[in-house]
Each structure stands twice: as structure tokens, then as C-alpha cells.
Design a protein around this ligand. Structure first.
Ligand code: BTN
Length: 318
């Protein structure tokens, strides 16, 4: 933790009470002038900090930004070791891919408050206005390439756990859409670099709708509809804690290690579906009967049960 983060941590812990410059200086082992400089830097980053002569500093407001300054002090997991933040970017996945190619360590995360060119699965656009959380995680799992798709399920489980912590129960639609009442709260985009026998890196991009935007799509759900009191930084921190925990379980035991949790939230069991590939070609149609230990969607077509690693699921209502 940097000195500035330590000052922030102390202010967060004592809020809404004041903490004196002298106490902060003593706690951090720095001068009061240095404390004042860190407070000035925090104000610049969007924190509202009151200073009263004699009483000290009091944190009265945080900028509702999912940026490293706000998020890092709230993350409990020590999995995340490097935070990169850009209030506005094209796509955090693009930024993370550049970092991954340059050798960024596993546990690096790129955060943004809005994206100009957010990307979704199957070449779609991911609308990314102010109000959401856009984050991309650099992961380096030691698994063969065919195991990677089920990692997306682990990320989804991690998101579900984070939401559960806020009292919000979500459903999971295979492969890894996170839903509230059938509407999409969060989506996951995995992008991978691999050799024939090993994975170099995976960038796991997660877009989460928190506050409503001006013209939201009909199909979108927003966390603030259930929890209007939540700011984005604690939500982003909970997402990172949830993702780290589920990813670590998946690394140890594969999809089997998180399968039960995934299935407990799975929305497609027993549903009539059609599954197509990115170009719209039908891969299978029938009734969903399972998600197996490899994370494949198992569809009973009437003549056979087929296991699918990837695809787009459309519900077929009779
Ligand atoms: C989906 O289609 O459901 C996946 C959406 C993934 C969107 C996230 S937002 C953060 C990261 N950056 C991107 O450009 N896409 C992912």
C-alpha cells in the first residue's frame, strides 16, 4: 500500500469522525507536511476531505468512481497486485491485452468508469456509459486451451457471490451472462493468447450495470434498482474479491470445483433452447439437461445428448 493509500485507509476507518494530522503522521511515520500533501493528492483524485484547525481531517465524500484510488483500499483479496485505472478508455480489454503482451503479471486489473468502444461476446458492442463498472483482469492459468471457456463460468460465479454479499440474487445463463429477473446485469468477455500446449494469458473483461444510463436497453438490469445506496467503488471491490476467490478455486479443481455453485444459479435447466455459433449457424436444438464437469452445456436433441463448449443460447418457447 502506498503512503497515500494508507492516509486514505486511515480516513476511511475514522469517518465520519476527524483524525488529526498529528495522529496520521505518527501512524504513518511521516511529517505533518507529508500528510497534508497526501490529503491534497486525495482531494485531486475526487475525495472530499474537510480540514478543521485543531480537529484534523474528515472524509466527507468519495467521488463515485471505480478507480484504483477508491477501489484498492476496499479489496480484501491479495490476489490483485497491480491496479491500472483510466476514467475513460476505448476498451479495458484492449488496454489489458497490451499489458498482458508486455508481460504484466497475473493479478493485474484495468478499471474504467466508461468506455468508448466496449466490446461484447460474438463481436457485439458493449454499451459502456458512465454509471457502469468496466474491468479487465489479466490471468495466467496453467491449463490447456480447451479448459479456458469454463473459466468464464468461474468469473460468473465470483460475480454472483459479490452480488449475494449485497443481498442481490442473480441467475446465470450459460455460458456466463449474469441476470436479474431475466435481464442482463453483467457480461463477461474472455480473450486468450495460447500456444499449442499452454495458455499464455487470458484477459477476462467484465461489464456491470450499476447506475441507470439515459437510454438503457430493455434487456439490461441495473444494480441500483435493487440497491440505490451503493457506490461503484465498493461494488468493484466486491467483484474483484468474488472473481479472485472463484478463479482460485477453479485453478485448483477446474469447473468441477465451482459446478455446484454455478448450477444453483443456472437458469436454463429443462429449457427448450437453440444454440448457435458466432455466425448464427445452428449447433444444437433441444432441452438443456446439464452443465458437465468440463463446463459444457448438455442439450438433449431427442436423438442424442450433445455437449457444447461455446455458443449463443436462444430460448425456444413453445
Ligand atoms: C458480453 O457480451 O456479455 C460480454 C460483455 C463484456 C464487456 C466488458 S466491459 C469491460 C471489458 N472491456 C470490453 O471492451 N469488454 C469487456
Amino acid at each position: 500500500m502506498s503512503r497515500r493509500d494508507e492516509v486514505l485507509d486511515a480516513l476511511l476507518q475514522s469517518a465520519p469522525e476527524c483524525v488529526s494530522g498529528e495522529a496520521l503522521a505518527g501512524r504513518l511515520g511521516v511529517s505533518r507536511v507529508a500528510v497534508a500533501k497526501h490529503v491534497a493528492a486525495l482531494r485531486k483524485a475526487g475525495y472530499e476531505i474537510e480540514a478543521s484547525p485543531g480537529a484534523g481531517y474528515r472524509l466527507v465524500g468519495t467521488a463515485d468512481l471505480p478507480m484504483p484510488d477508491q477501489v484498492r483500499p476496499l479489496v480484501e483479496s491479495d490476489f490483485w497486485t497491480r491496479y491500472v485505472g483510466v476514467e475513460e478508455t476505448g476498451s479495458t480489454n484492449d488496454d489489458a491485452r497490451i499489458l498482458a503482451r508486455a508481460g504484466a503479471v497475473e493479478g493485474t486489473v484495468v478499471l474504467a468508469a466508461r468506455q468508448k468502444a466496449g466490446r461484447g461476446r460474438l463481436g457485439r458492442t458493449w454499451s459502456s456509459p458512465e454509471g457502469g463498472i468496466y474491468l479487465s483482469c489479466i490471468l495466467r492459468p496453467k491449463v490447456p486451451l480447451p479448459d479456458v471457456p469454463s473459466m468464464g463460468h468461474a468469473i460468473a460465479v465470483g460475480i454472483a457471490e459479490a452480488m449475494h454479499g449485497f443481498g442481490v440474487e442473480v441467475g446465470l445463463k450459460w455460458p456466463n451472462d449474469v441476470l436479474i429477473d431475466g435481464r442482463k446485469l453483467a457480461g463477461i468477455l474472455l480473450e486468450t493468447s495460447a500456444e499449442t500446449d499452454c495458455v499464455n494469458w487470458v484477459v477476462a473483461g467484465v461489464g456491470t450495470n450499476v447506475h441507470r444510463s439515459s437510454h438503457p436497453p430493455e434487456t439490461a438490469a441495473f444494480l441500483s434498482d435493487s440497491r440505490p445506496d451503493l457506490e461503484r467503488a465498493p461494488v468493484a471491490a466486491a467483484l474483484l474479491d468474488g472473481i479472485a476467490g472463484a478463479y482460485e478455486r477453479w485453478c485448483k479443481g477446474g469447473f468441477a470445483a465451482i459446478r455446484e455453485e454455478y448450477l444453483s444459479r443456472f437458469t436454463l435447466m429443462g429449457q427448450e433452447v437453440a444454440v448457435s455459433d458466432a455466425s448464427g449457424r445452428l449447433l444444437a436444438a433441444g432441452v438443456v439437461v446439464d452443465v458437465d464437469d468440463a463446463g459444457r452445456l448438455c442439450v438433449d436433441t431427442g436423438s442424442d445428448v450433445v455437449g457444447l463448449y461455446a455458443g449463443e443460447v436462444t430460448l425456444r418457447r413453445s
